[in-house]
Write a protein that binds this ligand. Structure first.
Ligand code: SF4
Length: 290
């Protein structure tokens, strides 16, 4: 039987309480196996207006043994079809680091990855708020630099407090969050992700775009000491992405023209080239997913 991996259908599988759901991921450029730590209710420290999690009713809480069984079963099903798994990705119905079972689930997923799909990456998509907890910060730093080789994809949707308020709708203070992100960049490699969309018909104002660009250049200048043989700390890549999927708050947010995303990427590239960041950061990989 042919397996259908559509960008939307399998997110529904997640919303219907699935703990592991295959999805074709634009940003992974292939098949990603999502892990959902919140099958019974959304749990997030942000309330992004573009969030794709639709209201759902789940009656079973997350179960680690069930996640392991579902992951093994999905890997077998996918393997039978000869499809390569690009990554196993913690995202799901909320902010993964808020789950008390996150690190146990991460260790289990890493073990299964090593046994069954050693070439697949292990990815955490996070809004960064969990890093404000010192223990989570240290454990994620170790996970990103140690044998787990966790890839951390961290949200940076705004360069100004005003746009952050609109995009995150969170009580977490912007300045404090940026300070924490700076500290984390000094100890671990991170892929930054920025969503560019309009809110109530208006895209980011020019002063927001300029502030975001200055902030990314500033962050690109951060280099930690790192250890020999470990991936170097700091920004590893930047992904600019647009709104491509429906959200329950539609039409509050809407996609912007792909040309706008390309312009922002080109402007950032030029700003990095002009800046005093280290040479290898001037050529930071910048990917655009309109
Ligand atoms: S951080 Fe992610 S899960 Fe949380 S509200 Fe924003 S888009 Fe949704």
């Amino acid at each position: 039987m042919q397996m259908h991996i559509g960008p939307i259908a399998n997110h529904r599988q997640r919303e219907e309480g699935g703990l592991v759901y295959p999805v074709y991921s634009r940003r992974s450029q292939g098949l990603s196996l999502g892990i959902n730590l919140f099958p019974d209710r959304k749990r997030c420290s942000f309330d992004c207006p573009y969030c794709e999690v639709f209201p759902f009713k789940g009656d079973r809480p997350f179960s680690l043994p069930l996640m392991e069984r579902q992951l093994l079963s999905e890997l077998s099903r996918i393997g039978e079809q000869g499809i390569a798994v690009k990554d196993i990705c913690f995202s799901g119905n909320g902010e993964p680091s808020l789950s008390p079972l996150f690190f146990e689930a991460l260790a289990a997923a890493a073990r299964i990855r090593d046994e069954r799909v050693p070439d697949a990456a292990l990815v955490l998509i996070t809004n960064g708020t969990g890093l404000r907890n010192g223990r989570t910060f240290r454990r994620l730093c170790r996970a990103a630099t140690g044998p787990l080789a966790l890839h951390i994809w961290l949200k940076l949707d705004a360069g100004t407090e005003a746009w952050y308020r609109l995009m995150a709708r969170s009580p977490v203070p912007f300045e404090g969050l940026i300070r924490t992100i700076k500290d984390f960049l000094a100890c671990a490699p991170v892929t930054l992700q920025t969503m560019l969309c309009s809110i109530q018909g208006k895209g980011p104002p020019p002063q927001e775009a300029a502030a975001w660009e200055r902030l990314v250049v500033d962050l690109a200048g951060i280099q930690g000491a790192g250890k020999t043989g470990e991936p170097p700390p700091g920004i590893a890549a930047l992904q600019l992405y647009g709104k491509a999927r429906p959200a329950p708050t539609d039409p509050l947010t809407a996609a912007l023209a792909p040309a706008y995303l390309e312009e922002r990427a080109a402007s950032l590239k030029a700003a990095l080239a002009r800046s005093s960041v280290p040479l290898h950061k001037k050529n930071l990989p910048i990917q655009v997913f309109p």
